[in-house]
Design a protein around this ligand. Structure first.
Ligand SMILES: Nc1ncnc2c1ncn2[C@@H]1O[C@H](COP(=O)(O)OP(=O)(O)OP(=O)(O)O)[C@@H](O)[C@H]1O
Ligand SMILES: [Mg+2]
Length: 251
């Protein structure tokens, strides 16, 4: 589904290399987790995949279902089925949350040559999905993320994901800032979307999330590379011993 080969990325503004040869394949139907120390390049990887400005790919490539992602505009990547739940969701003053969701859905449908969703179908769907995430009607009417609490913003990202039903979902620390109950709701939201045709890349610092969203594969990223790959046990090892042992193993 998602194939990243030898990806090297520099910052545009500064002479600094962030990703130094990332290799990663997420198969359809699988959940891959990425853990790793602060500043190792996890968010950078997710930004580069989703098409954020400010980065230069100097080597390597990334494809979604065989199609070159890096050549596409951000909205084309989204229409192709890539979704990123941001570590720091952005506030969009002046744009109602529901309007945003409906516009995003219809833009993607249009790009895929599908009909727009009717107002009635949309309302039914958004109410149903919002309910399962305990997002109330008021939050649906307010401008996107404006004045939302940290945890509400994270839940709102998952609402977007649930509405758009992307093929490849990248979650960047969606668990940070969530209370225990919200963590369960969000995990249930993710698990409900697990499907043979969909891949997940879950970036997290904590084993706790992975208790709820059971990953198939766990990767450790450090200094712009994936330095170790293993099963769910790898996350337990990190929780228990930190990164020191793993880092010294590969040094
Ligand atoms: N615009 C920028 N200017 C300077 N340095 C940057 C910029 N953007 C990213 N970096 C640096 O790139 C490195 C990787 O950052 P990134 O946000 O990808 O890390 P991360 O693995 O997501 O960390 P965290 O776990 O704290 O979220 C960091 O050292 C960061 O300071
Ligand atoms: Mg990050």
């Amino acid at each position: 589904m998602l194939e990243i080969k030898n990806l090297h990325v520099d910052l545009e503004e500064e002479d600094k290399t962030i990703l130094k040869g990332v290799n990663l394949t997420v198969e359809a139907g699988k959940v891959h987790a990425i853990m790793g120390p602060n500043g190792s390049g996890k968010s950078t990887l997710s930004y580069v995949l989703s098409g954020r400005d400010g980065y230069t790919v100097t080597e390597g490539n990334a494809t979604l279902e065989g199609v070159d992602l890096l050549e596409m505009e951000p909205e084309e990547r989204a229409a192709a089925g890539l979704f990123l739940a941001f570590q720091y969701p952005v506030e969009i003053p002046g744009v109602g949350n529901m309007t945003f969701l409906r516009t995003a859905m219809n833009a993607q449908r249009k790009a895929r040559g599908e009909d727009e969703i009717s107002a009635a179908d949309f309302l039914k769907l958004v109410r149903e999905k919002a309910k399962t995430l305990k997002i109330d009607a008021d939050m649906l009417k307010r401008p996107v993320n404006v004045g939302f609490s940290g945890g509400e913003k994270k839940r709102n990202e998952i609402l977007q994901m649930a509405m758009l039903e992307p093929k490849m979902c990248i979650l960047d620390e969606t668990d940070s800032g969530l209370d225990v109950d919200a963590m369960k709701l969000v995990s249930e939201g993710v698990n409900a979307l697990r499907d043979a045709g969909r891949g997940f890349l879950v970036i997290t610092h904590y084993q706790r999330l992975l208790d709820h969203i059971k990953p198939d594969v766990v990767h450790i990223m450090s200094d712009g590379r994936i330095i170790k790959t293993g099963g769910p046990d790898l996350a337990l090892e990190v929780e228990k011993n930190g990164y020191a042992d793993i880092l010294s193993e590969v040094a």
